[in-house]
Design a protein around this ligand. Structure first.
Ligand SMILES: C[S@@+](CC[C@H](N)C(=O)[O-])C[C@H]1O[C@@H](n2cnc3c(N)ncnc32)[C@H](O)[C@@H]1O
Length: 380
């Protein structure tokens, strides 16, 4: 596909997304209908669509319209390129620019949804603008080295065999940032043999901060695909790891992932007894990961946020019931919004005086990768 044809494809997909179709669905539908597109074309079109969603408001302002075409024109203007060079109407390129298209300005335009902006500002304070700016960029890819199978050097060596370059984070040597050829990862030996797992830096830092010791009983109460379960699995010998999720189907990949990682995890739809550590990685707005899933940023509504807040509080209460006296409850979200983070922890502590907060941390793209929150609470 020519660069112009890729832009035409992105316009068509963005128009579907703006009409309400989820981004992944719109991309899949285009992919299925476009057998002529090679893997390079698909990746390029996907990047165009996601870049446009990350900066939807500012690109629409530059382009002059909140349409697929306006977003693509605005994206080129924002990048300092002349849209007329690609909007030629030749071959499969989009029609030439009409009078006034691409002449807009975007100063003062925010790419945070207007209704979220006050919450965003109140939650992030002085960091608000910088975090919003960071969210306009593509997210880097991070790997977690599985200590059961490899040292960071072994993992980097195996990645290098497949031409994938990665470097460790100075704070956590088992966290590797991929610097070259990330698209080869899923086919590479390091991933296939369980030496590394895909996991962003901030949840890795959060899991590394959990009190995990030999022989402990750990319950991952909202285990989903098991990212947190597997992150604690290699931290100590003799752990009993129990994974629970209200929707057991969400855990379907976990047994395979655990086997690849060389660790034992028991799936339990109704866990009984008490645990030394209970992880509650609750459903959330995902506002900390909006540069990875920019579609979610525009789909979140006040009503859906309120539903999430109620669910988070309920899960926190239920998960707490599984913590033994002297044990810990780790409340986690991948959000940067205070109502989902400190406000939940504070309300819980208020109602449950047998718990006290031992530590809390909010990571943002300014010091880690995705935004992520951890409140660690101990049961007296
Ligand atoms: C943020 S995701 C978990 C991600 C997972 N911990 C990981 O690292 O891959 C939240 C999970 O909570 C689950 N969930 C929703 N309501 C729940 C409830 N009432 N009790 C337990 N889990 C719940 C969802 O099904 C979802 O899998």
């Amino acid at each position: 596909m020519t660069p112009g044809a890729r832009i035409s494809a992105a316009i068509e997909i963005l128009d579907r997304i703006l009409a309400g179709q989820p981004a992944e669905q719109a991309l899949l539908r285009w992919s299925r209908a476009s057998r002529f597109a090679g893997s390079g074309d698909r990746a390029a079109v996907r990047d165009l669509v996601f870049d446009a969603l990350r900066r939807r408001n500012s690109h629409a302002a530059f382009g002059g319209a909140l349409t697929g075409r306006g977003l693509m024109i605005g994206g080129l203007v924002a990048a300092g390129r002349d849209p007329a060079a690609l909007f030629t109407g030749q071959g499969h390129a989009p029609e030439p620019l009409a009078e006034g298209e691409g002449t807009g300005a975007a100063s003062g335009v925010s790419d945070i949804p207007a209704w979220v902006q006050p919450l965003w500002d109140a939650s992030l304070g002085d960091l608000s603008n910088d975090v919003a700016t960071a969210m306009q960029e593509r997210a880097p890819v991070w790997l977690r080295v599985n200590p059961v199978k490899a040292t960071p050097d072994d993992a980097m060596g195996a990645l290098a065999e497949d031409g994938i370059a990665a470097e460790p984070d100075p704070r956590l040597p088992t966290a590797l940032r991929v610097t070259e050829n990330e698209r080869r990862l899923s086919q590479g030996r390091a991933y296939r043999d369980g030496l590394v797992e895909l996991q962003d830096l901030s949840p890795q830092l959060a899991c590394a901060a959990l009190p995990v010791g030999p022989g402990m009983r750990v319950l991952d109460y909202c285990a989903g695909g098991g990212g947190k379960t597997l992150a604690v699995a290699g931290r100590a010998e003799g752990l009993t790891l129990v994974a629970h999720d209200a929707d057991p189907a969400r855990m379907r990949d976990l047994p395979g992932r655990a086997e690849r990682a060389g660790v034992k995890v028991r799936l339990d739809t109704d866990p009984a007894g008490s645990f030394d550590l209970v992880i509650a990685d609750v459903p959330c707005s995902g506002s900390g990961t909006w540069r990875r899933t920019p579609d979610a940023k525009w789909r979140l509504t006040q009503a859906s946020l309120e539903q999430l807040l109620a669910l988070q509080a309920a899960i926190l209460r239920r998960a707490a019931g599984h913590v033994r006296p002297g044990g810990c409850l780790a409340y986690m979200t991948c959000s940067v919004l205070a109502p989902e983070n400190d406000a939940q922890a504070e309300a819980f502590l208020q109602d449950n005086p047998d718990f006290r907060q031992v530590s809390r941390h909010l990571w943002t793209p300014l010091d880690a990768s995705d935004g992520f929150f951890l409140s660690l609470m101990e049961r007296r």
